[in-house]
Ligand binder design. Sequence first.
Ligand code: ADP
Ligand code: TRP
Length: 331
Amino acid sequence: MTDDKIVLTGIKPTGIPHLGNYVGALKPLIELANNNKTYIFIADLHALNTIKDPKLIKQYSYEIAALMVALGLNLDNAVLFRQSDITEVYQLSNFLMNVTPKGLMNRAHSYKAIVEKNTAAGVDVDSGVNMGLYTYPVLMAADILLYGADIVPVGADQKQHVEFARDIAGYFNNIYGETFRLPEPVIGKETGLVPGLDGRKMSKSYDNTIPLFASESELKKKIMRIITDSKTPEESKNPDESTIFQLYSHFASKQEIEQFRQMFVNGGMGYGTAKTMLFDKINAVLSEPRKEYERLMANKAELDAILKDGAERAKLVAEKTIARVKKAMLG
Ligand code: ADP
Ligand code: TRP
């Protein structure tokens, strides 16, 4: 990646991520962020259409801030801030409404999924849909265009939203002249999915997750619950069919993975031993970040100062963009 590209992403504050999110999204994001000009924000405005409890949004927002810092986000480089601290984003979202076709919103996957569900249930198509949900992609376009992002790393479910941001930027530029850069989604590889406790993909929807900062005892308990087959310790085991081995391989070095593989294949190791080795490995990787996370969560003033600094840096760019947009639209 060239260093003049701007990377941006938003993380919706909806609770502590799991190990799948860590391996598949957060870890690569932090690597990207530490090597590029990057904006990362806590998308608290995007949480509003579902979470109606301000205390919860605030708590979840602190959790995201603390975990990004604890995982090693370099704050000299990356700008970490809370979406709602930059009022310019509401302004831009509103300006963009005027160039966004309503039909585009009708085509949004997340909205269409609700319409389909309502239709199947025989209720009004828009039942349970608030305008925050319906116009969610416009706010997301504002997030992206406000900071001139080129690269937007997101999960596959958010790809369409980034494409909409690109479309909306295009509509705007066509009418008012070149104002916005056209962003591109970058989707994490689907390969090497982290398995959950039951062997299926680790996912909130399957209730098979291990939380990223589970305490040592919780982590151990979860790992001991991993489902295995009923092979005896003596028997040779297939590592490629083992959730224990697959989880291990996301945290260990090449050499350690190879040794663990041999232990499976050779036989003589019971699943209890394998689980203990897995626990030791994950715990070794996460214990320092976990401590830092807990320290930050107990020091909200430090988190406030980090977010304030981020907001100040983000605002400088946001103000310039709004000035350009106003000039383009209003003269
Ligand atoms: P969930 O399935 O728990 O709802 P999300 O869809 O919120 O997870 O995941 C956000 C991002 O985290 C995904 O786009 C993907 O990059 C990553 N991710 C989630 N689950 C896994 C997994 N089991 N293995 C690898 N990456 C994952
Ligand atoms: N909508 C994203 C999600 O639900 C979060 C988000 C909000 C975002 N604004 C963004 C992601 C801008 C990338 C860019 O996960």
